[in-house]
Ligand binder design. Sequence first.
Ligand code: FES
Ligand code: FE2
Length: 401
Amino acid sequence: MSQPASANNASNDRIEQFKLLTQCAPGTEMGKLLRKFWHPVALSRSLEAGQAKSLRILGEDLTLYRGASGKAHLIGGRCAHRRSVLNTGKIIGEEIRCHYHGWQYNGTGQCTRRPAEKDPGLPNVRIAGYPVHEYFGLVFAWMGEGPAPEFDLPRRAAFEKPGALVVALEEHWDCNWFQQIENSLDAVHVSFAHQGFWVGPFGEAVSEDIPDLSYAETDAGLEQTALRPGATVSVRKSNWNFPNNNYINVPGLTKDAPWIDISVFAVPNDDENGTRFFLWSTQSTTPEADRHFLDHFAKFGDYQAPAHHDELFHKRIYPDPEDILVGLTFAQDYVAVRGQGRIADREDELLGISDMGIVTLRRLFWRELGLQREGKPTKQWKRLAVSTVAPPEKKKETAGA
Ligand code: FES
Ligand SMILES: [Fe+2]
């Protein structure tokens, strides 16, 4: 039986509303909103002075290179001349020269040389060029219009405190970024997905208990509270920061080790790929414990769940059981979130009361996108002056999703 026209219209409206959340390219509404924030785009250690690599961020092809000084520069992915990729070019001082015919660009994307042209005058040729800022092993970029605001980051205090050991990681997922942030506001998944395969210290601490949930908007984003009275972590709060950062903490590598602060950013590469950039931080204790922490990340920190897609989805082969922190948690989340498809089919989902965080998150974005569409100011998000997340020392109250 065919649907009446009004039902079809409502369904089309729903589809369009969901597309607003998942499309990130230049010219899209979300693409414009996301470009009002600094985003991590690469690991600092992925690039040495004199090297270049290609990136895809917010649907744009880009070239990240380090000049001879070691400074990172982010410019467009293709040469203005005949559109060859620039990451194959040669670094000359702080500039990059196209491999094909030698057109040369500085770190703002300005063309500075066209060596084969007889005309000594240089037309104003420019490709994209974005400011970058390196912080604790991550290269951040400002891809918005106009001058970049001062670099800032939610939860800086956790990483900048004296004696903190900080490790930066990245993980590429072959699905849309909005699924990744919905997962952060879905505290129920911890009671299921993180009990799957085998149970690590994180799953143990939170337990299989179904939480009572509440959500509140803050100056920085959303505060999520999950109550599990019978669990080791009976009150679990997280401060989710608009538009794509979540603060989590998880147990350390041993029972006595301090808990680990995690800041995770879900950055869209394009509509079907997203990279999660992480800062993991713990307090330095003894040289042996510090070495154990750093060695663990050196050994397991490069785990990429999509490289194990078929093993995880079809063969039930799970990450190395020695890796109780990184691979297990990443794989558990990946199977859940990538299991929704490259772009989740939201039109056909059936939400319940336990999806309150998902609904709250979507409404927040639709509100901000609506303000932007009407030409009104969007909310000026600030870092929280005081975190509402309890310190990890108090094992009864801690953070994350
Ligand atoms: S394509 Fe780059 S110089 Fe010709
Ligand atoms: Fe998770």
